[in-house]
Design a protein around this ligand. Structure first.
Ligand code: FES
Length: 123
């Protein structure tokens, strides 16, 4: 299991080689663990290992993303995709379609849907 910090001490993120990915799963916050994030992390890790993808896909535990209201949360780099409010049963689909197939699982993505600018209050 990889429990490496997601950000280095100098504030930079790990440099990814082409074709490599990192799956960050919040297992250290206060809300995500109550939403099965530890089991979700273990499922990601097991599938990556079973599919012999550990040389190019890493699964890393981390703390709170600040998105507790939409827990559990996982973040995929370098694609900048957030999976939120998903279930253990969804992990297989994320691995097969996104991590292996290269196609994000649209119905499970929280961001970037929420990146759509919202109207300012009073506007
Ligand atoms: S506890 Fe997971 S985002 Fe806050």
């Amino acid at each position: 299991m990889d429990s490496e910090e997601s950000v280095r001490q100098d504030g930079t993120r790990p440099v990814l080689q082409p074709g490599h990915m990192i799956v960050y799963v919040d297992t250290g916050g206060t809300v995500c663990p109550k939403k099965s994030s530890k089991i979700i992390f273990e499922r990601f890790t097991a599938l990556i290992r079973e599919r012999h993808l550990s040389d190019r896909i890493r699964v890393i535990e981390r703390g709170c993303f600040g998105l507790c209201k939409i827990a559990p949360n996982a973040y995929i780099e370098p694609d900048e995709i957030w999976y939120s409010q998903f279930h253990l049963e969804d992990v297989d689909e994320i691995v097969e379609k996104h991590l292996i197939g290269g196609e994000p699982v649209l119905h499970l993505i929280e961001y970037p849907k929420r990146r759509v600018p919202r109207k300012k209050r009073g506007a």
